[in-house]
Design a protein around this ligand. Structure first.
Ligand SMILES: [Zn+2]
Ligand SMILES: [Zn+2]
Length: 661
């Protein structure tokens, strides 16, 4: 029994006696209750043996919680590997992998219709659409190999879906190829919105959803669907009834039987990184899984992450490339308003919406809707002293000030206090100027500039639109909230490039281009008159790659730079965080940590501490070559377990952290 305890030194199986009465139900993979260190605790029955080598008299299992097998052997093996790779515990991983039990869902009527293998005859599987992959070199071969039961690994840069089959059609083709080979499929996407896009495409292709009582079809595994819906879908998979799963990051652990293909869409989205220990990334969990279970792997997006580029350059995954001419035909005419072009415009070019962008919008509005992406929400989300330009802060709590609406009094974004009589603490100035314009103000400005068309808004505050009609309209959206347009946008304009490209983090260029292409991909292709226009400053490497839709070129350049500088993913990196003495004690216990950077303070000091350095968490970074990574991670886990056994303070270990700033 693996007990569900948080202490790392208890993360191993313990032996218990199974009574004759429990014998039938006590199968590997069921939930049990056991007596552990004087308490009744939950656990997983992970195996049965005839005799124990524990060398002591065994306690009996308290109870088998449910005869339902919810922990498949393949998922247990995966959880072990994930725990090792991310220096965590198997119990932590299982908490991510298996949803909480709902007894009433287990007892629903369809529960008694378990079958060993889904019968292909009972459920119609349409053939995979090879046309969806015809523009990607090697795409058809990939589908054939998946159908044939092989295990190809591939990366792809998706083309906009406005002028041909989009990414969902390609994912559906991969799923159906696996089903045709008699295997299951697992698709992991960033959020519920993409889950609905994929399941909608599965429906359209003729693969119906699984229904209670049936065998075959797809289920969605999304935490937001609620505990009952999620557990019902999980059980359908665990019982071998639903062979296709579409879900968000935790679905990477779904117990799909005979997995044929694992798909990760848009692996650059931060939502794929698990925020709970041991902080695994869905893309990397699926990669491990494809190795363990012999399945195919397919990872892609509009942008290419540096991690996936490394797979491609090492030959671990194949790049399904697109010919330049095909790329040009499928994408909008894409341009960046650079300094030279802006200089030609004279003084008007200093405006946030330069003349060239204004003309592009005007021309496109004759033809259909225009999407304007604004990276910040709000009206004037950032203000500073008009005299000395120091950012304006709240008198009460030192939070940043912002202006919420035209003519409104500036207010604190943290505590809401009004700052009607603001005075600059540095220069005594009393006037404020905006240093950032939000989507509210942009919508207002565009409404004035183009009074003849409606301005529609899409964002977290005003509501996210799913789609807009073909009619001319201005659609102002924040990143991630861009609605699709029927027939595609006539033009997509991306404002404030410098803000998006200047966000902190090692991955800023790839993230920026991902943000821009996600919107630009909603434009019509060039042949249908579609345009995409980036306004603002960013490095030439980034804007150049953006204009050419050169995903692998940018990722390859970034990877080369990381190799030169010794940065991840070219090198293996681990963040060790916690209270200062705990981190120091932890590091002193390591024999071969590689190169240690820090520890340095991170984050804010806790409230009420007089010496701000006291009690502030610190972070050390451990950097090694990939050859030495396994040994370092194993030692980190062992050290954490030793500290746990001695009841010393634990540290937070983040292996290959998504974000290091
Ligand atoms: Zn000032
Ligand atoms: Zn405040």
């Amino acid at each position: 029994v693996l007990v569900d305890r948080p202490q790392p030194h208890l993360d191993r199986p313990f032996d218990y006696e199974v009574t004759a009465a429990q014998d039938g139900d006590a199968r590997p993979g069921v939930r049990v209750r056991v007596r552990f260190a004087g308490q009744d605790v939950d656990g997983w029955l992970v195996g049965r043996v005839a005799a124990s080598d524990a060398g002591r008299e065994l306690q009996r299992l308290r109870s088998v919680v449910s005869p339902e097998v919810v922990l498949a052997p393949a998922v247990l093996a995966l959880a072990d590997r994930v725990a090792h790779r991310w220096a965590g515990t198997t119990a932590d991983v299982l908490r991510l992998a298996v949803p909480p039990r709902l007894a009433r869902v287990e007892k629903e009527a369809w529960a008694f219709q378990e079958v060993a293998e889904p019968s292909p005859a009972a459920f119609k599987t349409p053939p995979p659409d090879h046309d969806a992959w015809s523009r990607h070199a090697g795409g058809a071969a990939f589908l054939r190999r998946v159908s044939a039961g092989e295990r190809p690994r591939a990366a792809w840069q998706a083309l906009p879906g406005t002028g041909g089959p989009g990414w969902t059609a390609q994912v559906v083709a991969a799923v159906l190829a696996a089903r045709h080979g008699g295997r299951g499929a697992l698709v992991v996407v960033p959020s519920g919105a993409e889950v609905s896009q994929v399941t909608g495409a599965l429906d359209a292709a003729g693969l119906a959803p699984w229904r209670p009582g049936a065998s075959g079809g797809w289920v969605r595994l999304v935490a937001d669907d609620g505990p009952a819906a999620r557990y019902r879908a999980f059980l359908a998979v665990a019982r071998g009834l639903a062979p296709v799963v579409v879900g968000t990051r935790a679905a990477a652990f779904a117990p799909v039987r005979r997995l044929g293909v694992a798909v990760c869409w848009d692996d650059g989205d931060a939502l794929h990184a698990e925020p709970r220990a041991p902080y695994p990334h869905a893309r990397d969990v699926l990669a491990l899984r494809s190795e363990l279970e012999g399945s195919a792997l397919l990872v892609g997006g509009y942008a290419r992450t540096v991690a996936v580029q490394r797979w491609v350059e090492q030959g671990w995954a194949r790049d399904l490339t697109v010919d330049r001419a095909v790329l040009r035909a499928a994408t909008p005419r894409t341009a960046h308003l650079d300094r030279v072009e802006l200089a030609r415009e004279g003084p008007a070019a200093s405006a946030r919406l330069p003349g060239a962008a204004w003309r592009a919008i005007r021309d496109a509005l004759a033809d259909g809707p225009v999407l304007v992406q604004v990276p910040r929400a709000g009206y004037l989300p950032a203000v500073a002293c008009a005299t000395c330009r120091v950012p304006a802060r709240c008198d009460v709590c030192h939070g940043p000030l912002a202006v919420g609406a035209a003519g409104a009094v500036p207010a604190c974004r943290w505590c809401g206090a009004l700052a009607g009589s603001w005075r600059c603490p540095r220069c005594e100035g009393t006037r404020l100027r905006s240093t950032g314009v939000g989507s509210d103000r942009t919508a207002e400005e565009l409404g004035r500039a183009f009074p003849q068309v409606p301005v529609r808004r899409s964002g977290a505050a005003t509501g996210v639109l799913a789609s807009v009609p073909r009619a001319p309209a201005l659609v102002v959206a924040t990143p991630g909230a861009e609605p699709a347009a029927e027939g595609g946008y006539a033009a997509v304009v991306l404002l404030d490039a410098a803000f998006t490209a200047g966000l902190p983090g090692l991955d800023a260029p790839v993230r920026a281009i991902r943000t821009w292409w996600a919107a630009a991909a909603l434009a019509r292709p060039a042949a249908a008159g579609g345009r995409a226009l980036l306004v603002g400053e960013a490095t030439e490497a980034t804007t150049g790659a953006f204009v050419r839709w050169d995903a692998s070129g940018l990722a390859s350049r970034e990877l080369a730079e990381r190799e030169e500088l010794g940065l991840p993913p070219a090198r293996h990196l681990v963040a060790v965080e916690g209270e200062r003495t705990a981190v120091a004690g932890f590091l002193s216990g390591l024999s071969t940590p590689g190169e240690v950077l820090g520890p340095l303070p991170v984050g804010d000091a806790p409230e009420g501490v007089l010496d701000p350095e006291q009690g502030r968490p610190v972070r050390a970074l451990l950097r090694t070559s990939w050859e030495g990574a396994d040994a370092v991670v194993a030692e980190l886990a062992a050290t954490q377990a030793t500290r746990s056994a001695r009841r010393e303070a634990l540290v937070r270990i983040r292996v290959e952290p998504e974000e290091v700033t």
